[in-house]
Design a protein around this ligand. Structure first.
Ligand code: ADP
Ligand code: MG
Length: 326
């Protein structure tokens, strides 16, 4: 029975980047657990190396899930800002119509004066609706509509495609990445958000309801011609996996059959940073979840993925940090 299979894991899942030797290893259990080291957790940025951009630009990536509250907006903000920190130009589009909150997570809510609706209606220019982040000037936010407002009739996938085309032909040049934060559900808002995209990042948590929605969404994305779909497993708790109260990442991967872009641990810092409007990846010192988002962004750029493998747990050596290898 599927449900039995899901919870039957009695091993801990250890995740290793596919080509660890070529990648900067950003944290290891030894570093994190040893308080005598001065800089216990390290960011990839310290290596002063930029990931190699694979594929044609602009890369148009929709961040989706099906289920609400699994971490799409958190992923959009943190992966988007990581890409900007790597030196790529990024436009993040908040396509969550009624429940817009990407601006809040980024701390840009007071600077959104115009939205896509005004651009389409001819009430403002596209550059007036783009909000440039003061911390990373190569990161811009574009919101589809005002919070709680209804979209005008006729604003759908075609309108969003038109806006994306307009971004590509801006005088200052096309961005490297256009990241679209998709609303929950699979109705009109979802269809609008996925229309211009040519790749998708599916965010899921390791629970059965999120997985069922993620599976449905994968089918819909494929029907829409989006075949490049990677997943991020968010809010993972090693203690619960060990206690067989949570599916392991390997179980999730087996169920969805998607390549793995990243694994983000459950981390109270995520909630803290959400409430402060200060994205996690900018935290100093970096946090585990922030580093995991950075690594996921790195893999996104290089069109790389990571592997979930089963290992016998070594008593007392493996903990939360084993998600990052080492
Ligand atoms: P969505 O956009 O899918 O609806 P959000 O990104 O808004 O989801 O996240 C929903 C809530 O979950 C937020 O309060 C956020 O702070 C929290 N959250 C997301 N990821 C994590 C995590 N890894 N650890 C702890 N809390 C998280
Ligand atoms: Mg959201």
């Amino acid at each position: 029975m599927a449900s039995l299979r899901l919870f039957s894991t009695n091993h801990q899942s250890l995740l290793l980047p596919s080509s660890l030797s070529q990648k900067p290893l950003i944290s290891s259990p030894r570093f994190v657990n040893n308080p005598s080291r001065r800089s216990p957790i390290r960011s990839v940025l310290q290596f002063n190396r930029k990931p190699e951009l694979a594929g044609e630009t602009p890369r148009i990536v929709v961040i989706t899930s099906g289920k609400g509250g699994v971490g799409k907006t958190t992923t959009t903000a943190n992966v988007g800002l990581s890409l900007a920190r790597y030196g790529f130009s990024v436009v993040a589009i908040d396509a969550d119509l009624g429940l817009r909150n990407l601006d809040l997570l980024l701390g840009l809510e007071n600077r959104v004066n115009y939205t896509c609706v005004e651009v389409i209606n001819g009430d403002c220019r596209l550059d007036q609706a783009l909000v440039r982040d003061k911390r990373w000037s190569n990161f811009e936010l574009l919101c589809i509509s005002k919070p709680r407002s209804k979209l005008p009739m006729g604003f759908g996938g075609k309108a969003l495609e038109w806006l994306v085309d307009a971004l590509k032909t801006r005088p200052e040049g096309s961005p490297d990445f256009i990241i679209i934060d998709c609303p929950a559900g699979i109705d009109a808002g979802f269809i609008t958000a996925i229309t211009p995209a040519n790749e998708a990042v599916l965010v899921t948590t390791p629970d059965i309801t999120a997985l069922r929605d993620a599976d449905r969404v994968t089918g819909l994305l494929e029907c829409d011609g989006i075949r490049d779909i990677k997943m991020i497993v968010n809010r993972v708790r090693t203690d619960m996996i060990k206690g067989e109260d949570m599916m392991s990442v390997l179980d999730v991967q087996e169920m969805l059959g998607l390549s793995l872009l990243g694994v983000i641990p459950e981390d109270s810092e995520v909630i803290r940073s959400t409430n402060r409007g200060f994205p996690l990846v900018l935290n100093k010192p970096p946090t585990l979840a922030g580093l995991a988002f950075e690594q996921a962004a790195w893999r996104l750029v290089e069109q790389d993925s990571m592997k979930a493998v089963m290992v016998e747990e070594e008593p007392k050596k493996r903990g939360l940090f084993s998600f990052f290898g080492g």
